[in-house]
Design a protein around this ligand. Structure first.
Ligand code: OGA
Ligand code: FE
Length: 277
């Protein structure tokens, strides 16, 4: 494969199922004494299309992700409390504007800064994620509604359309280093490619989708995203309509077209429950 302005190549880490047929799991924030996970990864070389200049070719409904130029008023991203006080409200307003949703509820955020050689993956030291995944399954998406919304509202909210969307933005500098690749939802065979995987936290279990390689997958990215640019990543959509993208696999990848002097990637993603009347 060759690199051009329009495409690059990535060595993407996909999932291979446990050999004994058991359900895949991975420990998060573990003390390091247990085996971290019961499955293997496999590297696959894929072509990744740079859609800079063709941003209109993707959308939340069609591909499951969409790029916008929307500078943030909050710039520092140093302090979780400040982020919740300042960045959450402007992000709620932005999500409402971009989706037309009637209610949007942020439920967590992750700051990632690449630190070559750093092995500590504690919450304050998260780095880009080099594994193809989707943050939620339909089961864990509904669980999120039950966890974060008042019990009396849950039946009504679960009866209407809702989504889980991540708002992802570079921080501080252009994200040429280890950018985020996104997989066109139309190229995903949900019943074959997506494998529910248990996230074992110290206090509870969550569930994400691991992703098996499929040569049909069509990968895209926006080269050189700036802190003024965001991508919405749809992880779940309760509306069952074959013409709508429902799941968006994504992963960080080492881009061979990145200039050697590019600053290390820093980013924030805020996760939202997004409800429609
Ligand atoms: C996400 C995600 C990985 C990264 O935003 O859900 O998986 O490297 N991000 O930014
Ligand atoms: Fe993710």
């Amino acid at each position: 494969m060759t690199i051009s302005n329009d495409t690059t190549i990535g060595q993407l880490l996909y999932f291979t199922p446990p050999l004994d047929g058991s359900k895949p799991y991975i420990y998060i924030n573990d003390d390091g004494t247990r085996p971290q996970r019961n499955y293997q990864q496999a590297t696959h070389e894929v072509k990744i299309e740079n859609i800079r200049g063709k941003e209109d070719s993707v959308s939340l409904d069609k591909t499951g992700f969409q790029f916008y130029n929307r500078p943030a008023a909050h710039k520092s991203f140093q302090n979780d409390e400040e982020i919740e006080k300042e960045y959450y409200p402007e992000s709620i307003a932005l999500l409402k504007e971009l989706t037309g949703a009637s209610l949007v509820v942020p439920f967590d955020h992750t700051i990632r800064r690449r630190r070559p050689g750093e092995l500590d993956d504690s919450p304050q030291k998260r780095q880009p994620v080099p594994q193809v995944h989707i943050d939620q399954t339909p089961t864990s998406s509904r669980d999120r509604v039950r966890r974060h919304l008042p019990a009396e509202d849950v039946p009504r909210l679960l009866a209407n359309r809702f989504q889980i969307i991540n708002l992802w933005r570079p921080i501080g500098n252009v994200a040429l280093d280890w950018p985020l690749a996104l997989c066109d939802g139309r190229s995903v065979d949900e019943h074959v490619d997506l494998i529910p995987t248990t996230l074992k936290y110290p206090d509870r279990d969550g569930e994400t989708f691991s992703v098996k390689f499929n040569p049909n997958h069509r990968w895209k990215y926006l080269r050189g995203m700036t802190p003024d640019e965001v991508v919405l990543i749809k992880c779940y959509d309760s509306k069952e309509d074959p013409s709508l993208a429902t799941f968006t696999p994504h992963t960080a990848f080492e881009d061979p077209s990145t200039p050697a002097d590019a600053p290390l990637r820093q980013s924030i993603e805020v996760r939202f429950l997004v409800f429609y009347d």
